[in-house]
Ligand binder design. Structure first.
Ligand SMILES: [Zn+2]
Length: 334
């Protein structure tokens, strides 16, 4: 056997091993519903105000998703577009998502922070964020059913928490919980800074760190979630955002889930899992996974998931120049 044939044989054996491993994981019937928040897109105001730019960001993102058959649901902040663009372009952008078979929900008009306002103002912002999304869904015979709390904040006092929950129920909304969150928004912020520096090597480091951190949080959340169900992993709901990081790196995240034996299901199918009927009595000023809320409700201690790498946390806090200095410092280690 030549050395080349030997190497090929070893590689084939390795592939077989990982295929067997993937099969044993899929026996657990892992399912995930993917959600993308902050539509139409996490980008600067100028990009969202320019109709051509907004449409190209949207069509590129959806074109990336479409062949992957994610069955994703996306949550809209109608107020993130500026006034003329909102009326003329936002319906077109939302139709790109719907044409691809993706779902839409309400994420409030302005991405309002309940900790800084009243329940009444929060619900008014929710209502202001509905009309264009509702009309786009209605034109296809669908209704605006889903809502996602901005920052995953559900109200930091019992009164606010209950007033919001009652207001959502009265309007016929279903809350879309999140179980898995790798803080992709933080990586995405650093990624946009690296794009401004026009540094493809740094962008690649950030994308790789994002995928690696997803592996880390899955290693944590999968067994943690099974503690709520007597050992069975529930259907998960993954929180991501529509942004340039996921435009470039979501396919790798998708492949990671496939390799771990996940099937991609709709939000509706994930929420048919009995765990989603679990009560939630967590009332704090904190936007956290529903796995933590349910663990707390069951009277057990919350164990927090691992944080993103320190350099991502630091780069998120700093400006573009800080990231540039950090990249020079770190390039010696890379
Ligand atoms: Zn959001």
């Amino acid at each position: 056997m030549t050395q080349r044939a030997l190497i090929c044989g070893l590689l084939a054996a390795l592939c077989l091993c990982s295929a067997v491993k993937a099969r044993s994981q899929s026996e657990a019937d892992r399912r995930v519903a993917v959600t993308f928040d902050d539509l139409p897109y996490q980008a600067d105001g100028a990009a969202l105000c320019d109709p051509a730019s907004l449409m190209s960001l949207t069509t590129d993102f959806v074109a990336m998703l479409k062949p992957l058959a994610t069955r994703a649901t996306a949550f809209v902040n109608e107020g993130k577009t500026c006034e003329p663009t909102r009326a003329s372009t936002l319906p077109q952008a939302l139709n790109v998502w719907l044409d691809a078979g993706l779902g839409l929900g309400n994420h409030t008009f302005s991405h309002i922070n309940i900790h800084q306002t009243t329940a009444e103002a929060w619900l008014a912002d929710l209502d202001a964020g509905a009309p264009i999304t509702r009309a786009a869904l209605k034109a296809r015979g669908e209704r605006l059913r889903w809502v996602r709390h901005p920052y995953l904040f559900t109200g930091e006092t019992q009164d606010k928490h209950d007033a919001i929950a009652a207001g959502l129920a009265a309007r016929g909304y279903d809350v879309a919980p999140v179980t898995i969150d790798n803080n992709d928004w933080m990586f995405a912020d650093v990624y946009r800074k690296a794009q401004r520096l026009d540094d493809p090597d740094l962008m690649r480091r950030i994308g790789e760190a994002d995928v690696a951190h997803m592996t880390t949080v899955l290693d944590f959340f999968e067994p943690y979630s099974a503690e709520l169900t007597g050992g069975r992993e529930p259907a998960q709901v993954l929180l991501l955002h529509a942004n340039s990081l996921n435009q470039d790196w979501y396919p790798q995240i998708h492949a990671l889930y496939l390799a771990r034996g996940y099937r991609f299901v709709s939000l509706e199918e994930a929420m048919a899992d009995p765990l989603y009927a679990h009560a939630d009595t967590y009332v704090r000023a904190n936007g956290i996974s529903w796995l933590h809320r349910w663990t707390h409700t069951d009277g057990r201690a919350i164990r927090w998931e691992p944080e993103p790498p320190a350099w991502i946390v630091e780069a998120n806090k700093g400006g573009v120049e800080d990231l540039e200095r950090m990249a020079v410092r770190m390039s010696a280690k890379w």
